[in-house]
Design a protein around this ligand. Structure first.
Ligand code: 218
Length: 187
């Protein structure tokens, strides 16, 4: 890989993180159950460029929350779990990058979409597992009277994670067949 391509990949990772952050400003109509719209560009970038640039992009997306003051702060360890580890794990979708590109080169669009679904499931499951754990440890006192911290965190983060997965799967089912070359770039 030449020096120039490395710079190009870094710029793409930063651009897609910025796009994900911009989408994080969409107002939430259904309060805490809201899906994470930024997961769409982040997972697209991870599938396009692989785990290294995907994880970098996820990390930048998480760090942008600090720069723009969009942190829900309860404690130092809570913030590290929810804004570093959780957002970083979105890049795990990139582990499926080689597989999706193999299928796309062979024009197997349905297989490519299924691989995209698997990548999304992995990334979003791990991210919301972090939010679930943080929810049990740090957000339990916000549970309605009589509701356990585990059940409260599971319903809140399970719903948000499920809606995020649904949103990303619908997006990939449209984007991969429409723009296969974007997921399998020549350089
Ligand atoms: C029960 C509960 N409530 C709130 C949070 C915090 N949380 C949940 C999901 C996503 C994010 C990142 C910003 O969108 C945060 C901070 C929680 N973990 N659990």
């Amino acid at each position: 890989m030449s020096h120039n391509t490395n710079i190009k990949y870094l710029v793409e990772a930063a651009l897609f993180a910025a796009l994900a952050m911009a989408l994080s400003f969409i107002p939430d109509f259904i309060s805490w159950f809201s899906p994470s719209y930024g997961a769409i560009p982040l997972i697209v970038l991870a599938l396009r460029r692989g785990p290294k640039y995907g994880l970098l992009s996820g990390l930048i997306w998480g760090l942008l929350h600090f720069a723009l003051g969009k942190i829900e702060y309860l404690s130092m360890s809570q913030v590290v779990i929810e804004y570093i580890f959780a957002f970083l794990s979105m890049g795990l979708a990139g582990l499926f990058s080689k597989q999706i590109q193999l299928q796309l080169r062979q024009k197997h669009l349905s297989y490519a979409v299924l691989i995209g679904f698997s990548a999304s499931f992995l990334a979003i499951f791990v991210r919301y597992l972090f939010h679930f754990i943080a929810g049990v440890i740090f957000w339990g006192s916000y549970a309605p009277k009589g509701m356990s911290a585990v059940w409260y965190s599971f319903t809140v983060n399970g719903t948000a994670g499920f809606l995020t997965l649904l949103l990303v799967m619908i997006s990939l089912a449209i984007l991969i067949p429409a723009q296969p070359q974007f997921f399998s770039p020549k350089d």
